[in-house]
Write a new protein. Structure first.
Length: 239
């Protein structure tokens, strides 16, 4: 089993991932909840206002390259395992077979972790995926495909910072302690995104997500938000 990832924001990100029983929470977390929501609303509102021209251009390019809606909708699991619809810019052909991703994710969760090289790094993701369009590859490299999730933050099922929203078939394969991820809202960014992202194994990703559940604070929230643009620029340069 892989060791916990060193956290660029201090300490070992996964060190407390299983230290608290399911459902437990520090009293300070409950007190800070309105603060998290206020920050979510402020950041998502400003982000959406700035991103609107980019979204409109991306939607036009997606429609020009392939038929179908430029917005991709998918059921994900949020806080307490409640299902919600997540929105992304569509990066695949409409007729793309979802079984390809499902089979790869099942391998990752079951420990049969296979990396795929992007020419510079070995990544735990499908790199050479012929289902992805040319526009889609650019949107994925820059993470611009995630921008519509700012609306999901404003609607309430997502936060700016939190674990990656889980597809239901992933959760069906989870061991019991992975359920700690569902103690908080999923997020646009998080410890996993700023600590290696696809360079992490699935186990390391979950450990980072659970570490956020155990360590979350307004200070850590702001540190992750501040670090995210730099990580995106660095990842784009390495692509």
């Amino acid at each position: 089993m892989s060791q916990a990832q060193p956290c660029p924001l201090g300490d070992t990100c996964g060190e407390s991932a299983t230290s608290a029983p399911p459902g437990s929470a520090r009293p300070s977390h409950a007190v800070a909840m309105p603060g998290y929501r206020l920050l979510d609303l402020m950041i998502a509102s400003c982000g959406l206002a700035l991103a609107t021209p980019v979204l409109l251009l991306a939607c036009a390019l997606i429609r020009l390259e392939s038929p179908g809606s430029p917005i991709f909708r998918q059921r994900r699991l949020g806080r307490h395992g409640r299902a919600f619809t997540v929105h992304k810019l569509r990066t695949m052909r409409v007729e793309a077979d979802p079984r390809v991703h499902r089979e790869y994710v099942e391998q990752l969760i079951n420990g049969a972790e296979t990396t795929h090289s992007d020419g510079a790094r070995d990544l735990y993701k499908l790199v050479a995926d012929d289902r992805v369009t040319r526009v889609g590859r650019f949107l994925r490299r820059t993470s611009l495909d995630e921008l519509p999730q700012l609306l999901d933050v404003l609607r309430g099922p997502m936060s700016v910072v939190g674990p990656r929203p889980v597809i239901p078939y992933e959760a069906e394969l989870y061991p019991a302690h992975y359920g700690r991820r569902f103690a908080v809202k999923p997020g646009l960014t998080g410890l996993w995104q700023v600590s290696g992202r696809s360079e992490c194994t699935y186990r390391e990703m979950v450990a980072l997500d659970i570490s956020w559940v155990e360590r979350r604070s307004i200070r850590l929230y702001l540190a992750i938000v501040a670090r995210t643009p730099w990580v995106l620029v660095r990842s784009r340069a390495a692509a």
